[in-house]
Write a protein that binds this ligand. Sequence first.
Ligand code: C2E
Ligand code: MG
Ligand code: MG
Ligand code: MG
Length: 272
Amino acid sequence: SVKTTMKTLFDQLDFEKKHGDGAFYLLGNEIKKGIENKEFKIYYQPKVNLKTKKVEFEALMRWNHPEKGNISPGIFIPIAEKSSLIIDLTYFLIEQVKKDIVRLKTPVSLNISPIHFNKKYFSEEIITKHGTLKGINFELTEGAFIDDVDKCIEKMDNLKKIGINFSIDDFGTGYSSLSYLSKLPVSTLKIDRSFVINMFESPENMKIIKTIIELGKSLGLEVIVEGTETIQEVNMLKEMGVEIFQGYYYGKPEELEIVLKKIEEKEYTKKV
Ligand code: C2E
Ligand code: MG
Ligand code: MG
Ligand code: MG
């Protein structure tokens, strides 16, 4: 909730005040300890296809810190990205998702940090470390592709061979060039939540959403809208041609056991 996020942010500020410039380093050490102590958990949020009634999931990391409580990825990912800890976190994430996918029995997407993706041997290391990764989808933001698009395509093609698919996450918020967008081997565009939040008050956002839907369709890509919280938003977007929804209206990110129970009870498709 907003309240706990704020509390975490304040704790974080306190921590930095107390530890000064070394705060990042210290938090990095805490992350390292956290990985060893299994404090990182994965939550799963449904992506519901209204047409096929199929449900897939996005894996979202949580840090359950023994003193500070649940810390949001918005805080610890940027810190982990300052060192090789982001790589450790991604490896942990992939290994855990590999196990969970057997029980979820659906494809699962996970977020890859652009900083990690842009390391020279990203695809080789993933393949050596994890073997085949069927049913796994990597979400990358537009910022991941600004360095060397051809190199990115090569990495993605390598990973496609072991079963990985790709989505562009938070689409519309970064820099995209139409010329490379059509070349990237991605299957999905995810429209960022920021366009949905005030879509009824903002004709501009409505236009942006429409344009992305059209763009996705013309490139033969799947389009997902993230952050839909109300039935009004869902109905409007449905009318505009969206078929797949990820947002609190259909389900929040939750622990695997809860998610499995909800799948069994057909909870996610009750409102479809
Ligand atoms: P994202 O990939 O765009 O994930 C969607 C975020 O929007 C998630 O926040 C999710 O909980 C939230 N969300 C989804 N639907 C709704 C809604 O209807 N209302 C509201 N208010 N929020 C909604 P979360 O879990 O805090 O993650 C934030 C970001 O942190 C993610 O954005 C992703 O970029 C990053 N992240 C999360 N887990 C990982 C990870 O394992 N690795 C990396 N590299 N990044 C991660
Ligand atoms: Mg994502
Ligand atoms: Mg997103
Ligand atoms: Mg987002």
